[in-house]
Design a protein around this ligand. Sequence first.
Ligand code: FAS
Ligand code: PHB
Length: 390
Amino acid sequence: MKTQVAIVGGGPAGLLLSQLLHLSGIDNVVIERRSRDYVLSRIRAGVLESGTVRVLTEAGVGDRVAREGQPHEGVELSWHDERLRIDLEGLTGETVVVYGQTEVTRDLYDAAEARDAIVLHEAAVKRIEGIEGEEPVVVYEKDGAEHRLEARFVAGCDGYHGPARQMIPDGTRREFERAYPFGWLGLLSRTPPAAPELIYATHERGFALCSMRSDTVSRYYIQVPIGEEATDWTADRFWEELKRRIPVDVARSLITDGEVLEMSVAPLRSFVCEPMRHGSLFLAGDAAHIVPPTGAKGLNLAVSDVHYLHQALDLHFNHHTSAGIDGYSAKALSRVWKAERFSWTMTTMLHDFPQYEPFEKRMQKAEFDYLTRSETARRGLAENYIGLPL
Ligand code: FAS
Ligand code: PHB
């Protein structure tokens, strides 16, 4: 089989790139290891930057997020029972939109089906040959047989554990990583949200986050030591621990007697691979970088990578200039590193680090107090949270 762009990975990055390339008349094939249902079963991000919503709208998949997405004009931080609202709209003129990644992915799959896109499911990419030339070949396994897909370019949208990044030679690839000594235990419940806006709660027992998917479905996280499994926790134990970490007035009104839809643990890490292009191979999304979810950046960064990569490939195929593809890695990494900084800052400020001395704990409290007293500090947090310009 032959195409112009082979896309490894059918998560949000791969599907969005496929959709944008299609609109630019660029043939592409998506190769996804899992089934459509499996991909849609993964519960992940919940907050979209306004720039992300604009890209989804440009891609023709913005209707449902416009109807069902919930604009949020602010978020809260809390320190024990002290609550601090960050007025996103007042400080930046922008809002964020609460709309689950699962729904974004569903919208992209629906659009792919509507245009008879070629999305090969349960097809696992084994390797990518010839990326230093102009005729790379993606080798994948499906139905027990090995297949080859020839392309002009390959987009590695295969997430942190995918093979694409490894195709960049060791001597060329530089990886930067910080693994955190904790993870997030998440719970999705058919219960009304704890509060109208998200609450990022800091407590000496550990971090907690109150988020939501709609007026009837809520998403909560609590920081757990590295190595904890979701099976180590019952829903009752989760609720009790969450109530001990969030402000007492929020805990008092928390509704917990709804159906628990999902519980899972996500490890936290900061990770960046440089460069994000090698020859005919480009990386986008989690294949190139991971952020701790404390800044709500993971999915949004995948979208900005894809936005830049689509522009670059459109310039190549439709305007016959390599300016876009030659500049893609530097342009994407510039935004990636600023999002890494913000996510790292939020994570180090809000979590309980076992190795922290009393001095570092005082620094965390001073960060919170500075935000409480300085509109300039709050504006800095707000402009990063709503997303730096694309
Ligand atoms: P994805 O990992 O979503 O998709 C990659 C796709 O490639 C997968 O479908 C995979 O099956 C496929 N693939 C892998 N290897 C392959 C192979 N060999 N052949 C073919 N296909 C292959 N972000 C937030 O902003 N907030 C959150 O709360 C949040 N929670 C998260 C929880 C978890 C457990 C994880 C893993 C991530 C979380 N993220 C969160 C980040 C997440 O939302 C990612 O940023 C987002 O999924 C990035 O999308 P993709 O780059 O498409 O990668
Ligand atoms: C979520 O709702 O899943 C969510 C929201 C904000 C974050 C992380 C996760 O920072």
